[in-house]
Design a protein around this ligand. Structure first.
Ligand code: MG
Length: 388
């Protein structure tokens, strides 16, 4: 049995991880669950079904409630005891699934890798904001990252077809978002509602807006660089509206290997849990009799400048990806609140990146500090834009 710890268990990746576990009785054992504490009912139900040894809850009062409801289980609270709770989650597990959203997921990534355990990583901040920190602990014997993201999981699968020195290019696919093919004139009048209607994936509002600007794809380029060490010049993006080819690797001999499946996050999750084996339970398998055609086109870099802003931040390196990502969150919040036009998002972010003053990211505190400084700068830029 593979011992699995699921952190962020009540979120989208967490619940889908437990679906994968449930689909293969006898293969996986849930040894720990971790959650913020916003959904006590679901967390208690998950614990009663999977009977973990430990449940960690970030929120103190939610932890008390969970402890009262689960007297047979060790319940740990966040706050002052967070480090011990994390360490105990990681030491008894063969694989830790990090489905936490935001910076709260960073200590889990670092503790898992430092503990020499496999990390099934869905937390984007870990690689985008804290790539240099993650790089420090990745070399721990036994530590490895299996990405829980359709594109990076696809790359992981394709990379198995050759040696690292034989890789010519990573090719990330992008759905293109709801505004694929729109003219500059049309893009000038995008509404919040239009930006929130993603054609393929159902996601939260922030990441849906990021898909519409291609910032999401740009940040994924940075993640691919951090995960696989590929130079930015050798990472390409191609728009593929059907989202069936999840990404590709082109090798030095000209061969391209692609990974295809219908959009379903349970496949990257089961791949991360079962690797180097494969699950006998198929999810998202392509029905070739009904697939029809697959389209590919280059991204419109002039209409969607956020893509190249992310490349720029990635090439600067150090704290620049963290800076851009934090500024983007502030700008997207402003857009969602009606305080910024969609078309102005890249202008704001370009100005923010120009004001990046780099620092060495050698601790979680340094990551949090650069994040806060970036947010302050972004608010300042927004104030200038909206008053001018
Ligand atoms: Mg993705």
């Amino acid at each position: 049995m593979t011992a699995v710890a699921v952190v962020g268990s009540t979120g989208s990746v967490g619940t889908q991880t437990l679906d994968v576990v449930r689909a293969e009785p006898g293969r996986y054992e849930v040894v720990a669950l971790g959650a913020g504490g916003a959904n006590v009912e679901l967390l208690v139900a998950q614990a009663e079904e999977h009977r973990p040894e430990v449940v960690a809850v970030a929120d103190g009062s939610a932890a008390k409630e969970v402890a009262r409801r689960l007297p047979w289980c060790e319940v740990r609270s966040g706050g002052a005891g967070a480090d011990t709770a994390l360490a105990s989650l990681c030491e008894s597990a063969d694989v830790v699934v990090n489905g936490v959203v935001g910076f709260a997921g960073l200590p889990i990534t670092l503790a898992t890798l430092a503990g020499g355990t496999r990390l099934a990583l869905a937390n984007k901040e870990s690689l985008i904001a804290a790539g240099p920190l993650v790089a420090q602990v990745r070399g721990t014997p036994g530590a490895e990252i299996l990405p829980v993201d359709s594109e990076h999981c696809a790359l992981h699968q394709c990379l198995r077809a050759g040696q690292a020195r034989e890789v010519a290019a990573l090719v990330l696919t992008a759905s293109g978002g709801p505004f694929r093919g729109w003219s500059r004139e049309q893009l000038a009048h995008v509404t919040v509602e239009e930006a929130l209607s993603h054609p393929t994936w159902k996601m939260g509002p922030k990441i849906t807006v990021d898909s519409s600007t291609l910032m999401n794809k740009g940040l994924e380029v940075i993640e691919a660089h951090e995960l696989y060490g590929t130079a930015y010049d050798d990472i390409d993006v191609v728009v593929h509206p059907q989202s069936v080819v999840h990404s590709m690797v082109t090798f030095t001999d000209g061969a391209t290997i692609a990974q295809l499946s219908m959009p379903d996050m349970r496949l990257p999750i089961s791949y991360a849990l079962a690797y180097p084996e494969r699950s006998p339970v198929a999810v998202g398998a392509v029905d070739w009799s009904r697939l029809g055609h697959l389209d590919f086109e280059p991204p419109d870099r002039a209409a969607f400048p956020c893509l190249d802003l992310a490349y720029e931040a990635g090439r600067i390196g150090g704290s620049a990806p963290a800076w851009l990502s934090a500024a983007n969150e502030v700008a997207v919040e402003a857009f969602l609140a009606g305080g910024l036009r969609w078309r102005s998002l890249p202008d704001v972010l370009n100005e923010c990146l120009d004001r990046h003053d780099g620092t060495v990211l050698d601790s979680v505190d340094a990551v949090i500090e650069i994040d806060q400084r970036a947010r302050e700068q972004a608010r300042a830029v927004l104030a200038e834009v909206t008053t001018s």
